[in-house]
Write a protein that binds this ligand. Sequence first.
Ligand code: NAD
Length: 484
Amino acid sequence: MSQNVPITVARGDGIGPEIMDATLKIIKAAGARIDIEEIEVGEQVYLRGVSAGIEPSAWESLSRNKVFLKAPITTPQGGGYKSLNVAVRTAFSLYANVRPCVAYHPFVDTKHPGMDVVIIRENEEDLYSGIEYQQTPLMMESLKLISRPGSEKIVRYAFEYARSNNRKKVTCFVKDNIMKQSDGLFHKVFDEIAAEYPDIENEAWIVDIGAAKLADTPEAFDVVVMPNLYGDILSDVAAQIAGSVGLAGSANIGEGCAMFEAIHGSAPRRAGQNLANPSGLLLGAVLMLVHIGQPEIATAVHNAWLRTLEEGIHTYDIYAEGVSKQKVGTREFADAIIARLGQKPEKLKAVNYSSSPASQTRTKAPKVEPTVSKELVGVDVYLDWSKGSAEKLGNAFKQVSGEGLELKMITNRGAKVWPNGLPYTFCTDHWRCRFQAPEIGTKVEPTQIISLLQRVHAAGFDCIKTENLYNFDGTPGYSRVPGE
Ligand code: NAD
């Protein structure tokens, strides 16, 4: 018998303590080999003035144990409070958010009886970098960052997850017809890694039509991997249309640390009444047991839970006349599961977990970047300017060209407005002016850009930022504009 695994537990707020008690009672009864260390997070910590809702001593426990089972917390109303989830996710690089979304037809009402989808969301990059600026009175910017190692880690995780959970297909959702650089990279990496898993089917969808298909025919999907923002939105959609938002658990996986939770909140109105359904947190704990190398305990707990569901023993939130047999409270539901440990469901599909996909991916570092030649070929100069038309700006700004850098075009919100712009294009105060060598693609020197910026300043223009234009192995590493 292997040693106990130390885990950090937070009982959270609202219904948190009740569903955590139920969850721990069930997994201990199933023989989970864990040592529990409790920390306090959430509302009371926020109200003591700790902005992320977690004390330094709690960070120390998480750093030591590296496994966190967290009940939902209440974020106090009003500004100034940082998300605890984001704080833990970023501090420990929890790059993969895993959310199984399963229908339990006919025992829980659903529009999609055959649904059994796992959403794997990239958790660290994309628009969640939190890098934002106000650049002009009229314009805000949020940076969308997608890296090769970040994409490799999440895509490989998805394929490893599929393999070790006996899943047949991995689908990727991106918007690379529009974001050719960022989502284009995610898609490219997906294709590269998919080729290493010939036993698993793969496909890519544009996220808009993919989302429509997922909402309409979720049975067509198996494992779906996507960048952060699409995953944030679609993992909630998927959990909801499975008919069981209160039943879903999730895992946030990093290379050294992992956090497991229910996807719902602290339901303060239901707190302290022995009403809450502990299933979401319990399924989070099942994912945790797989992660810490106790898949046999995870299997026993999950199957006993499925058996309880199909015997019609339901908490109020899923109780339905004609389907359910017995309405129970949190504690009674937990006891019913414990009484069924060792049993399998008869109608719902039984589970059988093997080892953790996380432990397998940990051995595979992202591939080393291929050697690339990188050549500076120009610069985009962004201006805050509100003194007239695009034509007027183009004619006035042409004068700063020189020393081997020419003004080639101006865009406003991405639309080309100079030269030969249309008078109908709406323009804000935020302009992008592209400077390149007279022969586009020819190498330029950083000193040419520095002189250009001096001329921009001397001519009285307000430069708010610049972006260098590079060719990588001869291919432009920047978006081009139709008509450029
Ligand atoms: P919620 O998920 O707490 O509740 C939504 C609805 O679902 C309510 O009607 C609630 O009674 C019901 N419900 C949720 N979980 C249930 C369960 N286990 N059993 C039975 N019924 C359940 O969402 P909310 O009301 O928008 O948020 C309440 C608080 O939770 C807020 O402070 C919010 O910030 C926080 N929250 C925390 C997390 C987290 O810690 N991960 C996630 C979401 C919301």
